[in-house]
Design a protein around this ligand. Structure first.
Ligand SMILES: NC(=O)c1ccc[n+]([C@@H]2O[C@H](COP(=O)([O-])OP(=O)(O)OC[C@H]3O[C@@H](n4cnc5c(N)ncnc54)[C@H](O)[C@@H]3O)[C@@H](O)[C@H]2O)c1
Length: 254
């Protein structure tokens, strides 16, 4: 961590109550940013805020345009907003597409795709008003390669990749950079949820071994290792980098 990369900057972080969003928000705060934390989990947000001096929290659902409008309103009060990280997301059901319930498909796409879009729709105008800034969206290594275990999730994250790359082209003339991170399997509550949904302890052990084996570095990633890439992409160190879908995946896509 460096003390000054984000001093005086305002950052909006969704999915900030847990996992990758929480650690990214804490990193931004530690490096000087004032953070606005958004999540549907109010208690989790309060926990994150304890580690982020001056943080403001907004409890809401990314799939709700009204909640996203409240987020933008609160963000505008904090001063020029130049940084956005959209970490809110869900893994969905670990089932073959042929067995997936329609409402589970809809919920997954509502959160991962529509939710990301609604955040971008609400917050990008603030970056434009500020005269520029940087956005990092959260896709997945599974958004860059097919995932036999999580086909619907993979499709939803591929949508996030292409939305981000398209926006990078649209907003470059306004001085707004848009990149996305594509993590491999990272030790967070979401990964634990994926393993816990296995039908038996043996199936869980097998799923864990399969997921680990996909990573040539031979282990799962840590949230701080993803946050380091998110902070790089948000910082001026990445001033000439936009439209990138950056794997942070222990070599899974190598
Ligand atoms: N952990 C991994 O292995 C991994 C790998 C690749 C990509 N990702 C992506 O990174 C992002 C963060 O994942 P994580 O591992 O930290 O998961 P997590 O479950 O620990 O955190 C996700 C956060 O998003 C919030 N959220 C979910 N749905 C929401 C909604 N409708 N409205 C508001 N908030 C909502 C949750 O409350 C939670 O705080 C996700 O987009 C995920 O798909 C994670």
């Amino acid at each position: 961590m460096r003390a000054d990369r984000f001093t005086g900057r305002v950052a909006v972080v969704t999915g900030a109550a847990s996992g990758l969003g929480r650690v990214a928000a804490e990193g931004l705060s530690a490096e000087g940013a004032r953070v606005l934390l958004f999540d549907r989990d109010g208690a989790g947000l309060a926990d994150t805020a304890r580690n982020c001096p001056g943080a403001v929290t907004v409890t809401g659902d990314v799939t709700s345009a009204a909640d996203q409008a409240r987020l933008a309103e609160e963000a505008r009060r904090l001063g020029p907003v130049t940084l956005l990280a959209t970490a809110a997301g869900t893994i969905g059901a670990t089932v073959p597409l042929t067995e997936m319930a329609e409402e589970d498909w809809d919920r997954l796409f509502d959160i991962n795709v529509k939710g990301t879009w609604l955040t971008l729709r609400a917050v990008l105008p603030l970056l434009r008003e500020a005269g520029g800034g940087a956005v990092v969206t959260f896709a997945s290594a599974a958004g860059l390669t097919g995932s036999p275990a999580l086909p619907a999730y993979s499709a939803s994250k591929a949508a996030v990749v292409m939305m981000s790359r398209s926006l990078a082209r649209v907003h470059a003339p306004e001085g707004i950079r848009v990149n996305c991170v594509c993590p491999g399997s990272i030790e967070t509550p979401m990964l634990e949820e994926t393993f816990a949904s296995a039908p038996s302890p043996e199936a869980r052990a097998q799923r864990e071994a399969e997921f680990r084996a996909r990573h040539p570095l031979g282990r799962f990633g840590k949230a701080g290792e993803v946050a380091a890439s998110v902070l790089f992409l948000l910082s001026d160190d990445a001033a000439f980098t936009t439209g990138v879908a950056l794997p942070v995946d222990g070599g899974r896509l190598a």
